[in-house]
Design a protein. Structure first.
Lengths: 288, 332
């Protein structure tokens, strides 16, 4: 019974991991750039939420998601417009990788200097401890809400990309950056919005993860690695695959923690590495 | 040649002139220069960016500490196990990792380093999270320890740069650079891309293993948090990017800027190590945007200096034949 509970909790955690991965997958799918600073931006949004809830203690920390998402969108837009767009068309595929890695180092150390290296977490009071009793299984309300939210966001993103004008422009830009210009689309402008959207999604994941477990300015690296593993396991460009990949990693991590309480992310990393050996194309192979 | 003799003489004589603090700093500089050259061999010449190169530093260092403890000999005599261990690991993990390209390779290397780091912290045989001291430190002659470390680091640096120069002017180097510039064209003239990359990867790991072993031997202590620190990759990358990727002179310039800035910011300006990394990161990002090939190539083109250049001119067309104009640049 305890193992069933572990598996279910792993799946719920997986919803959150899916959220971490989706922003990274979006940017990679549209502009072929792996944004190494994605994890640091997530941690930054968590710090913003902590600061805001310290300033307004009477407001529920979960409501802080609204300003943090808006802020993250703006930061993403500027980050793309000022920095990433300058190398996105570079003939060397390594330039964006090195550049975003440089940005991640800057962000991490600025956060260390400003907020200190202490362990932080976002308190949401009763909600974090509330749980449901279903057929003898204990299931947390907060993780359940997170998985539902993740699934809704995945659906919304899918709808936006499939059915709206904006989605058509984004997909066209992803396919042929040079040709869309003929229809009056400015690819750089599209990229700005995509990066904004990516960091806004990352902010949701970052803040919800900060509710679940504590974080420090150094947590960005492990968040990036999880996000990346989610994307690769799920198969590139497949949003539902990312959710599945997240669930697989979440289960691996919680089963690992049951066997060995201080394993951390080791078992999630191992699952990723083994999958890489036997199935390099990911769990699901399909395109956006 | 005269230049080499002067450099050897400078390295041989330096310990008699410099005080101990300076000597330690110089040793650190030289070891980091070797690591940066090794990272550059992989990123600048073979086109593989590794964000997990700290794993080879750690393998080399742990191999030295363990071998020295088991055999109960002075660590210097077991130094060769460090590059051998790192090279063997690199040759094994190349099989799964070489299926991945670009960013995938980079991050999979990082994940590999994290996995090995986590296992190291669990292993009580190597001291777990708290690490272990060098068991044979009592066999070391401490009167000559700092100078010996400096000579080893200096010798390693000179040999590394000379070997890289020799390699890049050989047909193997030409093959490597042709793969970096255009792998399809290189394959069409018979360059074995996979084989070249494998050799570069294994050599790069071996060099980092040796430099890492020397670095931790100087500390007489090793702990997993320091050995598997991703900052090793950050330092190597920043030095190479700022100085000039794909050149032998670039990392030398990069190391000078790296340590110059560190001594300036943490010394007279009194700033913390965090702000120093922020400053270094900003320089790297600005260099990548303004001069993507690094400071040295930009300077070289402006001043027309050639130091360790491995540039080749395109063969001249025979008189009377008309060829379409081709790019003269074969190497960077």
């Amino acid at each position: 019974m305890i193992w069933v509970e572990t598996l279910i909790n792993g799946a719920l955690l997986g919803g959150l991991y899916g959220l971490l991965g989706i922003g990274l997958a979006l940017v990679f799918g549209v502009m072929r750039v792996v944004n190494i600073a994605h994890g640091e931006f997530m941690v930054l949004s968590a710090f913003c939420a902590v600061l805001l809830s310290n300033m307004f203690p009477q407001v529920s920390p979960l409501l802080m998601l609204v300003p943090v998402i808006a802020l993250s969108f703006a930061v993403g837009w500027l980050y793309q417009a000022l920095i990433v767009n300058r190398v996105v068309t570079s003939p060397d595929p390594l330039s964006p990788l090195l550049l975003t890695f440089g940005v991640s180092v800057i962000l991490r150390n600025v956060m260390v200097e400003i907020f200190g290296a202490d362990v932080r977490s976002l308190q949401v009071g009763e909600l974090s401890r509330a749980s449901l009793e279903v057929a003898g299984l204990n299931i947390g309300i907060m993780p359940l809400l997170t998985l539902v939210l993740a699934a809704l966001l995945f659906m919304a993103l899918q709808l936006v990309l499939r059915r709206t004008e904006f989605g058509r422009i984004v997909r066209a830009t992803a396919d042929r950056r040079d040709i869309v210009r003929l229809s009056g689309v400015k690819p750089d402008r599209v990229y700005n919005y995509v990066m904004g959207l990516s960091l806004a999604l990352g902010a949701i994941g970052g803040v919800l993860l900060a509710v679940r477990s504590s974080f420090t300015p150094f947590s960005g690296a492990e968040r990036l690695l999880i996000a990346f593993e989610v994307v690769v396991l799920g198969g590139l460009g497949s949003f539902w695959g990312a959710l599945l990949g997240g669930i697989a990693l979440g289960m691996a991590q919680l089963i690992g923690l049951k066997i060995d309480p201080n394993a951390g992310l080791l078992y999630a990393h191992l699952l990723f590495f083994i999958m890489l050996l036997i199935r390099p194309s990911g769990l699901v192979s399909s395109r956006v | 040649m005269a230049c080499v003799i002067v450099l050897v003489a400078v390295i041989a004589g330096a310990p008699f002139v410099l005080n101990e603090g300076f000597l330690r700093l110089a040793t650190e500089c030289l070891l980091l220069l070797t690591m940066a050259q090794m990272w550059n061999l992989l990123a600048g010449y073979a086109g593989l960016v590794s964000l997990g190169h700290q794993v080879f530093i750690a393998f080399g260092a742990y191999a030295l500490f363990l071998a020295s403890g088991w055999l109960e000999v002075t660590p210097i005599w077991v130094l060769p196990v460090a590059p051998l261990m790192a090279a063997a690991i690199a040759a094994i993990i190349a099989f799964p990792l070489f299926r991945l390209r670009d960013a995938y390779f980079s991050i999979a290397m990082w994940v590999f380093a994290e996995i090995i780091g986590a296992f190291t912290m669990k292993s009580q045989a190597v001291g777990g999270t708290s690490g272990m001291p060098l068991a044979t430190s009592k066999l070391i002659d401490f009167d000559w320890f700092e100078p010996t470390m400096f000579w080893l680091a200096g010798g390693l640096t000179l040999v590394t740069i000379a070997a890289l120069y020799k390699m890049m002017t050989s047909s193997f180097g030409l093959g490597l650079m042709s793969v970096r510039d255009n792998d399809l064209a290189a394959m069409s003239v018979g360059v074995d891309v996979r084989h070249n990359r494998l050799i570069a990867f294994v050599l790069s790991a071996a060099g980092c293993g040796l430099a890492g072993a020397l670095s931790f031997m100087g500390n007489l202590f090793i702990a997993p948090l320091a050995a598997f620190d991703v900052n090793w990759s950050v330092y190597m990358m920043f030095i190479v990017i700022i100085g000039g990727i794909g050149t032998l002179e670039g990392p030398i310039l990069g190391v000078i800027i790296f340590f110059g800035l560190r001594e300036l910011m943490t010394g007279p300006l009194g700033l913390s190590g965090g702000w120093y990394l922020v400053g270094l990161g900003i320089i790297a990002v600005v260099v990548m945007i303004v001069a993507p090939r690094g400071i040295w190539p930009a300077l070289r083109d402006r001043l027309g200096v050639r130091l360790l250049d491995v540039h080749r001119a395109a063969p001249r067309p025979a008189a009377g034949t008309i060829l379409p104009s081709t790019s003269e640049r074969v190497t960077g």
